[in-house]
Design a binder for this molecule. Structure first.
Ligand SMILES: [Mn+2]
Length: 175
């Protein structure tokens, strides 16, 4: 199974397009979105080309393949305009023998993990910083932010047959 994992698009049409271009090239079986999809949020400056309605349109094209969880910037109205569930605090996905635990990161993070057995992969966003750390046998991965990185590079994560690799999104979308 091939997964494209992304977080914190925050309404940026420009960076969402870069992500969609990567999705078109990679053709993942599922697109995992870890929250903060549409609203820029009061703590952030407007990201490049802040046009949430265009983001809705782009994500809607992938609605059958999206598995999304709620970020701390999601509002009730977001579920009215998105054609896939986006208000769950967490979601579980089994990839072969591995369980992936998806959540945004404001409720649980590597310092405050939910009770999970060793071998689980914990996927979270929220910090806008890429991370790959193992805590108590639980591998914790953060894809960074699609639109407002706090570590210098706009990014996401690919998982192919259980192997994770970060992908940098750039202007030309060379990855
Ligand atoms: Mn965010």
């Amino acid at each position: 199974m091939k997964l494209l994992i992304a977080s914190d698009i925050h309404g940026s049409a420009y960076w969402c397009r870069r992500l969609m271009d990567l999705a078109e090239a990679e053709r993942p079986d599922r697109l995992l979105l870890l929250g903060d999809l549409l609203y820029h949020g009061p703590r952030n400056d407007l990201p490049r080309d802040y046009r949430p309605r265009e983001v809705i349109s782009m994500l809607s094209a992938w609605k059958e393949r999206i598995l999304a969880v709620r970020g701390n910037c999601e509002a009730e109205v977001d579920q009215m305009v998105l054609p896939f569930p986006c208000m769950a605090d967490y979601a579980l996905l089994w990839d072969g023998s591995t369980c992936l635990y998806l959540t945004h990161g404001h409720l649980w993070d590597p310092d405050h993990l939910p009770a999970l057995p060793a071998g689980t992969v914990f996927l979270y966003g929220h910090t806008h910083v890429k991370r790959d750390v193992t805590v108590g046998g639980v591998r914790c991965l953060n894809p960074g932010s699609v639109s407002i990185p706090k570590d210098g590079t706009n990014s996401c994560l690919i998982c192919e047959n259980g192997a994770f690799s970060f992908r940098i999104l750039d202007k030309e979308n060379r990855v």
